[in-house]
Ligand binder design. Structure first.
Ligand code: SF4
Ligand code: SF4
Length: 201
């Protein structure tokens, strides 16, 4: 049977071994931490990224080649075809268009992606015929308010001045096209072309 003296001895040795263990573990962790704390980092490989740096120069290299980060739409190349909207399984994309300066290309007034809902599946990017919609290599998107996670790429609604300008440009373009077509088709035009060709020869 253990005597009180033996129990006391065991207790004190347990306490001592715990303390030794603690000091050893502390020394181990300080061995990794101290060089960073004191700025002696030449011989130590960094294992963490500084927050809130968006992406350090090294990070893009570390990411996989097909990494799908936060979406970006180069709106100048976006035709407003809405393929991406149809492809998105969770309706993250809001797209609103109106007639623009070019006949068969819509003016993308609103193009919002709710990144808070996005699951980075890439289906929208795959379906984009112009390649305007792309995943970036950016993954850091922390914001204070949920509403700030809606990324807007739209050009804004066209003003009446813009519409008038586009309309007059369209009318003059059509007039030029019509003239060209007439020249191509009319006998006078054909004769003129023949004479011009002869002159060159
Ligand atoms: S990546 Fe997927 S979830 Fe995100 S917007 Fe595109 S289709 Fe929708
Ligand atoms: S699929 Fe591409 S081109 Fe079509 S609306 Fe979406 S981003 Fe624009």
């Amino acid at each position: 049977m253990a005597t009180p003296a033996t129990i006391e001895k065991t207790r004190s040795s347990g306490w001592l071994s715990n303390l030794i263990h603690l000091v050893k573990e502390l020394a181990k962790s300080m061995k990794a931490t101290l060089p960073y704390l004191m700025g002696w980092t030449e011989n130590h490989k960094e294992v963490t990224e500084e927050y809130p740096d968006r992406i350090s120069a090294r990070m893009p290299e570390d990411l996989p080649i097909r990494f799908r980060g936060i979406l970006n739409n180069d709106i100048s190349n976006c035709s407003g075809c809405k393929n991406c909207v149809s492809a998105c399984p969770i309706d993250c994309i809001r797209l609103e268009t109106e007639p623009g300066p070019e006949k068969n290309v819509s003016w993308v007034a609103v193009y919002d992606i709710d990144i808070a809902k996005c699951m980075f599946c890439g289906l929208c990017v795959e379906s984009c015929p112009t390649g305007s919609l792309q995943h970036t290599r950016q993954y850091e998107g922390a914001v204070l308010h949920l509403r700030d996670m809606v990324y807007s790429f739209g050009r804004g609604w066209a003003t009446s001045e813009m519409k008038e300008k586009w309309q007059s440009e369209q009318i003059s373009k059509e007039a030029v096209d019509l003239e060209r077509a007439k020249t191509r088709l009319s006998p006078v035009g054909s004769e003129f072309k023949r004479l011009l060709k002869e002159k060159k020869e």
